[in-house]
Design a protein around this ligand. Structure first.
Ligand SMILES: [Zn+2]
Length: 290
């Protein structure tokens, strides 16, 4: 596999995150930094040279750690700004206006702390008032900075509503990624989302407790045959200690070592895999300097 991907990007990951206070589950405190560093080094050997970390304010984003992991692993880590979704919007931000939220995002981007607005999300089949304010803010910050927006859908719900809201209110569809669309397992909706011009994330690869990877492969093969893979990016969205390789999980390398071979075995063209892991991320994030 080493020769297939040289400069890949995983487009939706978390290097360090803590949702445990609200989820009441210590497994959702992802803070195994030595293990993460080890896996990042392995990723680089597998041709994955960049990660978009979509951890933001209220999720436990740690900018210094991200910079250190980048320096020590050689994997470029693109950082994010914004807020997640209810009930993870910090208490001190509950009463903020969209303009105030946007100002913080813009400042984060202008100061070089972040290059992407994300992950900004909606609840399961529900778009709360706070989450609407969050999307208003993301839109304002996107329009002020041109930074891409990466969304979170809960189990793939409201993907089309998010895409329509953002594109109908002036977001550049080429800079919008709707996340976790694979989880709904619903190709028809994914096609409608793609029709709005945005990119979609098949970004929960390996989360087989929600959806078997065989289903992801089947959907991706179908979309390849329909010529839609120029609007798809891939990732794993590792969020728990137990998903790391040395703990109990597949680890970040599974995308290259486990999932890509499944795509090839199903008949996917190598060029399509390069498109989803290299060309599309490079188009959205830009090419790194080095
Ligand atoms: Zn998410």
């Amino acid at each position: 596999m080493e020769s297939l991907i040289h400069d890949g990007t995983m487009m939706h990951e978390h290097m360090h995150m803590d949702l445990s206070r609200i989820k009441q589950d210590p497994d959702t405190c992802l803070d195994c930094h030595d293990q993460t560093l080890k896996e990042l080094r392995q990723l680089r050997e597998a041709g994955m040279t960049r990660i978009l970390d979509v951890t933001n304010i209220g999720m436990g984003r740690d900018l210094d750690l991200l910079r250190r992991l980048e320096a020590e692993s050689g994997v470029t880590i693109v950082r994010s700004t914004g807020f997640y979704k209810d009930p993870f919007i910090p208490a001190e931000w509950q009463d903020a206006t969209a303009e105030e939220m946007a100002a913080t995002m813009v400042r984060d981007i202008q100061e070089g702390n972040a290059a992407v607005i994300g992950e900004v999300g909606t609840s399961r089949n529900e778009w709360t008032d706070n989450e609407q304010k969050l999307f208003d803010a993301a839109l304002l910050a996107h329009q002020a900075t041109g930074a891409p927006i990466y969304t979170h859908t809960t189990l793939g719900t409201l993907a089309l509503e998010q895409a329509k809201f953002l594109t109908e209110h002036g977001a550049d569809p080429k800079k919008v990624i709707i996340g976790h669309v694979d989880l709904a397992g619903d190709l028809d909706t994914i096609r409608q989302v793609l029709d709005t011009g945005v990119t979609v994330g098949f970004d929960t690869v390996g989360k087989t407790n929600y959806l078997p990877d065989e289903t992801r492969v089947k959907m991706l093969r179908q979309l390849e045959q329909e010529g839609r893979t120029d609007q798809i990016v891939l990732s794993m969205d590792i969020t728990r200690r137990s998903q790391l390789a040395d703990v109990a999980g597949p680890g970040y390398r599974y995308l290259m070592d486990g999932f890509v071979p499944m795509l090839l075995a199903a008949g996917m063209q190598e060029e399509t895999i390069r498109q989803m892991l290299e060309t599309n991320p490079d188009r959205i994030l830009g090419r790194r300097q080095s």
